[in-house]
Unconditional design. Structure first.
Length: 183
């Protein structure tokens, strides 16, 4: 008599249940749709921003003692990133929070296959909402750098710029997903 153990159902639903992990791997790496190309750009931009956040986090936690800036007026990353505002949310340096945020963005961009706007429309809608919220926050933080510190952090400006660049990349797929939901 053989004993069979039933597989436990996943608590988290699959983003695109029709794809096996192997098929998803292939689509993410080799898919050539416009949507997939835009999603890859979002992941790439998020990696750029995460690299900047990583350097800021290293400074904010004392791993490095100084954030070098180009010799341009108004740039002072040390002043901006050591400010009390940079440590005010959740008692965590904001560079670390930024790393987590960009990891979530990458996860949403990479989640699901090329037809996710039709099979799992919540994913591109969630990605668009996340990027929109991040863009608003990046704009606010950029203004705050000047109004509160009279200085800018080039690493923060880079992160803000790539965040703004993500907006037009996520909108087409989000529109397709919204049409799918409202059809």
């Amino acid at each position: 008599m053989s004993t069979q153990v039933a597989a436990k159902p996943s608590v988290i639903p699959s983003a695109t249940p029709s794809l096996t992990p192997s098929e998803l791997s292939h689509e993410l790496r080799t898919g050539d749709t416009d949507s997939m190309e835009r999603r890859r750009k979002v992941v790439g931009l998020s990696l750029v921003a995460a690299a900047a956040m990583g350097l800021i986090a290293a400074y904010q936690t004392g791993i490095i003692k100084h954030l070098p800036e180009p010799p341009l007026p108004l740039l002072d990353a040390d002043k901006v990133d050591a400010s009390s505002e940079a440590y005010a949310k959740l008692s965590v340096p904001d560079g670390i929070l930024g790393l987590g945020s960009y990891a979530v963005t990458m996860g949403l961009a990479a989640m699901g296959g090329s037809n996710r706007a039709k099979k799992a429309p919540w994913i591109p809608i969630a990605l668009a909402a996340k990027v929109a919220a991040d863009s608003v926050n990046a704009g606010k933080l950029t203004v705050d750098q000047w109004t509160k510190h009279r200085a800018f952090c080039s690493y923060c400006l880079l992160s803000a710029a790539v965040t703004f660049a993500m907006v037009p990349l996520v909108l087409p797929e989000a529109r397709t997903a919204l049409r799918q939901i409202t059809a």
